[in-house]
Design a protein around this ligand. Structure first.
Ligand SMILES: O=C(O)CCC(=O)C(=O)O
Ligand SMILES: [Fe+2]
Length: 215
C-alpha cells in the first residue's frame, strides 16, 4: 500500500465508509523488535492502523503546516519538508489521532501528550541524520512514529558511524525507537527523487521524556 489518494469528488457516504473502516491494532500483534545494541531497540508494527486514508487527508489539509528556515555556515536555507505540531492534546482535532495516542500511551506506558508531524511533499523532501535531542533528554525513551501516505525509507545508524539499518514503513505502520536509540543512534529519511507521492509522519511526544535525567 503505497499512496493514499482520495478522489476530490468524494461523497459524504464515501467518507463515512472510509472512517468506518478505521481501526487500530491495540494488541500490537504484528510488532517485531530488533535489538540495535545492548541498550537500544527499534520496533516495527506493520499495519498497526487500518483505514488511515481519511486521517491522512484531514492532516494534509488541516494541520498547521509551515516551512522552516535553517541557518548553516552563515547561510539560510529552507528545510526540505513541512512540519506542524500540536503541543497539547487539547489542540488535536482529529479523533483518530487521539485514539492512536491513547493506544500508544497504554501499550508503552508513556504519557504521550503532544504531536510533531512532518510532511514530505515528494521524494525531494527529506530529514537529515539527527537525534531527537530536544524532545528526548532522558537516558532512555520510547518514540513512536506513524507513517501515513507514501512509503519512504527510514534509516538508523550508530551515532559514532557504522552501517545503517533500513526500514520501509507503509501507510499505517509504526516505527518505534526505544532504549538509548536517541542517545547512541541517529536516524534519517533520505531523499528518493523518483517518488512523487506525499508522506506524513506523526511523532508521538511526551513532555515527561523531554526532561533531563539527573546525572
Ligand atoms: O519522518 C520520519 O519518519 C522521521 C521524522 C523524524 O525523525 C523527526 O521528525 O524527528
Ligand atoms: Fe527524529
Amino acid at each position: 500500500m503505497n499512496t493514499c489518494t482520495l478522489d476530490p469528488m468524494s461523497t459524504q457516504s464515501d467518507l463515512f465508509e472510509r472512517s468506518a473502516r478505521f481501526s487500530i491494532d491495540t494488541s500490537f500483534g504484528t510488532a517485531r523488535r530488533f535489538a540495535l545494541d545492548d541498550h537500544s531497540w527499534i520496533e516495527i508494527v506493520p499495519g498497526w492502523m487500518s483505514g488511515a486514508s481519511l486521517l491522512y487527508e484531514q492532516l494534509r489539509n488541516g494541520a498547521p503546516w509551515r516551512e522552516h528556515e535553517r541557518r548553516m555556515f552563515n547561510k539560510v536555507f529552507l528545510e526540505p519538508r513541512m512540519t506542524a505540531s500540536y503541543r497539547h492534546l487539547a489542540d488535536v482535532p482529529q479523533q483518530d489521532l487521539l485514539q492512536a495516542v491513547r493506544a500508544l500511551s497504554s501499550h508503552y506506558g508513556v504519557a504521550y501528550d503532544g504531536l510533531w508531524m512532518n510532511l514530505y511533499r515528494n521524494g525531494q523532501d527529506s530529514t537529515g541524520w539527527h537525534r531527537d535531542h530536544r524532545s528526548c533528554r532522558k537516558l532512555e525513551y520510547i518514540v513512536p512514529v506513524l507513517t501515513l501516505g507514501t512509503t519512504r525509507r527510514f534509516l538508523i545508524r550508530p551515532n559514532k558511524g557504522g552501517s545503517s539499518m533500513t526500514f520501509k514503513p507503509s501507510s499505517g505502520d509504526l516505527v518505534v525507537m526505544g532504549g538509548r536509540s536517541q542517545q547512541d543512534w541517529v536516524h534519517c529519511v533520505p531523499k528518493e527523487p523518483d517518488i512523487a507521492g506525499a508522506r506524513i509522519s506523526v511523532n508521538f511526544m511526551s513532555s515527561a521524556q523531554g526532561v533531563r535525567d539527573r546525572a
